[in-house]
Design a protein around this ligand. Structure first.
Ligand code: 5GP
Ligand code: ZN
Length: 114
């Protein structure tokens, strides 16, 4: 997708602070962190949101969750926990139209999220 911010980040056209990468997934620090650790995990293929994923492409979502588990363990969140979030659409607060999962940790997070 030519005009997609996260596609440009994957391509390296826009710099990012990478924490993980494999053949299907890219992960980097959020520019506006909402917790001491705030990582965005994105598929290397463009999907507008979780609603756009179908069939075999769900492997991207599996791999995003696998990356989240690995990063959560690396960051030492096993004991105190962490949160994974897919903001979707207007009411979900999605601001970037390339599927992404937030990994938030390092503090006690509130519920409901507001
Ligand atoms: P959303 O609000 O769509 O769920 O999440 C988009 C996230 O992308 C936000 O948390 C926002 O701070 C982050 N973000 C937006 N632009 C950039 C950028 O250029 N670089 C990085 N690292 N994060 C970004
Ligand atoms: Zn994209």
């Amino acid at each position: 997708m030519e005009d997609c911010l996260f596609c440009k980040i994957i391509a390296g056209d826009i710099p990012s602070n990478k924490v993980y990468e494999d053949d299907m997934v890219y992960a980097f620090y959020d520019i506006e962190p909402q917790a001491p650790e705030h990582i965005l995990i994105i598929p290397k293929k463009h999907f507008d949101s979780i609603l756009s994923v179908a069939g075999k492409d769900f492997e991207y979502v599996d791999r995003m969750i696998e990356a989240a588990q690995k990063l959560a363990k690396e960051k030492g969140f096993e004991k105190d926990g962490f949160r994974l979030v897919f903001n979707t659409g207007k009411d979900g607060g999605q601001t970037v139209q390339h599927l992404h999962m937030h990994l938030l940790g390092g503090r006690s997070l509130q519920w409901p999220p507001g």
